[in-house]
Design a protein around this ligand. Structure first.
Ligand code: ADP
Ligand code: MG
Ligand code: ZN
Length: 604
């Protein structure tokens, strides 16, 4: 978010300018009007001026006599006096005054004075206020005064420029959405057989898997108006606006039907309404209620389809998910191996690469990466190629950028003492050896002791040969042992413990805990669920569903698992102590070694 700019000049500054203008006006322009002012005189002065023949013209109006006479200096001047009951007046004027009832200057000149000195400043102030309002609105980024106007952007195909071809993998999601696009093109085909389209479809999945991208692609494919609004835009500055915006959005949509309405990040307005709290959040509830009402209110046959995206489906209000509202749920999961390869290929079309890039190898090394991360890997690769002065992106650029995304950039000039480097080398070889000596763990792909900006001083990369969807109990045990392998090597060789194992400890504990509480992999708890995942798409923090007594037992089980794995790792390393020394000194010399080199030395 951009930082809010403070107004360039304080309000006081503008007021000062206006006051100055008023003062100047009164002191310089006013005298001019004042001079032209009509002077009050008494009736006898009028008569004597008439007698002396000084009066040029006279106008009688509303019981007042306006006349143009002469002042002491003989200059012509307008005077005013009251009308007297003087029957001879007309006779007298006939002789002495050339112009009778001639047009006189507007008697209103005192009024003009009033207007100019009071009304003008007020107008000025009002104008200034208006200006200030406008600039304020601009700064607030919204239209402060246009209450209830939805600021949904209408995307048309040409504007997003995205089509289904831009979305790699996600075939099931595309199929579901294709049906909606078809319906909007030719509703008759569906209504003829009696089928009704779902009113709404909810795209659900972790961040960066292409939900927003898919919606944009639908806009590109559909060739119908596409209203796009983010959930957070409903819950904005002014209380009570959300509901009005929803109403307006649907009104617009119905006018433009057939069309698509896309609500991104719908969880911001669609949260469960009952989740306690003090007083709840009225604003959000009103917005949600309005959304529910609108979704019921419109006729599905008319051709308004509502798409929404979220990565927190579990927090959505049940009412939103019932049939007739968002009745279709389209999962947009993390890509599998084939999906990752396809995404890498789609994004590599935007860059220049050497001819023989092995995308499958990159896809294998990026298990669990989202589409957004893969796009980032391609871009990092291109940046690296430019940095080293090449015109084409190579395989090694991409491999390095995988590591950049996983572990951060290399810290080339980090100074690490020889002793510490040695410890790190043994630590990493410890992981690799324990992994290699167990049959259920993934092959070692690369070992390095070049420090990274993430804080890692080295790491061991393991890459499975194919896509894995299940994890067996044996694999879980092997993984635990491998995670403890680094610390085990430190203990065995140096007889000490370092802080370098902190990340391993965290990972091992998390794995052991899920084995106990959610995967049912211990005899003690059998298949009892002890934890539920809260946000499966956002990191997945878990909450306990058992008694405090059981919680204590869980801790015991977790500890036992880890101790067991640690002991196994120490045992494996003891058996292969010679190889441990040999590999560690090789790694110290080379800094980075591949899985093949590692296996070659191990099997010598
Ligand atoms: P989400 O809305 O699910 O959080 P986005 O749709 O904003 O994720 O995706 C972010 C970026 O990641 C996209 O702009 C695109 O570059 C890339 N991306 C994600 N998934 C895919 C995919 N399946 N195919 C191609 N690119 C993808
Ligand atoms: Mg998104
Ligand atoms: Zn480690």
């Amino acid at each position: 978010m951009k930082e809010q700019k403070s107004p360039k000049k304080p309000l006081l500054f503008y007021y000062a300018i206006v006051m100055l203008a008023v003062i100047l006006f009164n002191s310089m322009v006013m005298p001019y009007f004042v001079r032209r002012q009509v002077t009050d005189v008494d009736y006898s002065t009028f008569l004597s001026q008439v007698e002396e023949g000084k009066v040029e013209s006279v106008t009688i109006e509303d019981g007042e006599i306006l006349f143009k006479g002469k002042d002491e200096n003989g200059e012509a001047r307008w005077y005013i006096t009251g009308e007297m009951n003087d029957p001879n007046l007309v006779e007298r004027l006939k002789d002495k005054v050339p112009s009778f009832n001639a047009p006189a200057p507007q008697k209103s000149s005192p009024i003009i004075t009033l207007l100019l000195s009071y009304l003008l400043p007020i107008l000025l102030f009002m104008g200034l206020g208006q200006l200030l309002m406008k600039s304020m609105e601009k700064r607030m980024g919204g239209n402060a005064m246009t209450f209830g106007k939805s600021n949904a952007k209408i995307y048309v195909s040409a504007q997003t420029g995205k089509t289904f071809a831009d979305v790699a993998g996600q075939d099931e999601a595309k199929e579901s959405l294709q049906e909606i696009v078809d319906f909007l093109h030719d509703p008759a085909k569906y209504t003829a057989i009696g089928a009704t389209m779902p009113k709404g479809a909810l795209l659900v999945g972790p961040p960066g898997t292409g939900k927003t991208l898919l919606a944009q692609a639908v806009a590109g494919e559909a060739q119908v108006p596409f209203f796009s609004i983010s959930g957070s835009e409903f819950v904005e500055m002014f209380v009570g606006m959300g509901a009005a915006k929803v109403r307006d959005l649907f009104k617009q949509a119905q006018e433009k039907a057939p069309c698509i309405v896309f609500i991104d990040e719908i969880d911001t307005i669609g949260k469960k309404r009952d989740n306690g709290g003090i007083g709840g959040n009225d604003e959000r509830e009103q917005t949600l209620n309005q959304l529910l009402t609108e979704m019921d209110g419109f006729d599905g046959k008319k051709g308004v389809v509502i798409l929404a995206a979220t990565n927190r489906p579990d927090t959505l209000d049940k009412a939103l998910l019932r049939p007739g509202r968002f009745d279709r749920r389209i999962p947009v999961e993390l890509p599998d191996l084939a999906g990752r390869e396809a995404i890498l290929k789609v994004h590599s079309k935007k860059i220049l690469t050497e001819p023989d890039i092995d995308y499958r190898a990159i896809a294998l090394a990026t298990s669990g990466a989202s589409g957004a991360e893969l796009a980032n890997i391609i871009n990092e690769g291109a940046l690296r190629a430019v940095r080293s002065g090449r015109t084409l992106v190579s395989q090694s650029d991409l491999e390095e950028s995988v590591e950049v995304v996983i572990a951060g950039y290399q810290r080339k000039n980090a100074v690490i003492s020889p002793k510490e480097r040695e410890i790190v080398a043994y630590h990493e070889i410890g992981h690799a050896l324990v992994a290699a000596k167990q049959s259920d763990s993934a092959p070692v792909h690369k070992i390095t002791i070049i420090p990274r900006t993430s804080g890692a001083l080295g790491y061991t990369m393991q890459v499975d040969e194919g896509e894995k969807f299940l994890m067996s109990r044996e694999e879980a045990y092997s993984k635990l042992a491998t995670l403890t392998g680094g610390r085990a090597a430190e203990e065995l060789i140096f007889g000490t413990m370092t802080s370098g194992a902190s990340n391993d400890i965290e990972q091992a504990t998390r794995l052991a805990r899920s084995m106990v509480t959610r995967l049912g992999m211990t005899d003690a708890f059998d298949m009892m669920a002890l934890e539920t995942l809260n946000n499966q798409y956002l990191g997945g923090d878990a909450s306990l569903t058992c008694s405090p007594q059981t919680a204590a037992k869980i801790d015991d089980q977790v500890l036992a698992l880890i101790k067991n794995a640690h002991a196994r790792a120490v045992e494996i390393l003891k058996e292969n102590q010679e190889k441990l020394h040999e590999l560690a000194s090789y790694l110290l010399e080379k800094e980075t070694i591949t899985g093949e080199e590692f296996m070659e030395i191990l099997n010598r």
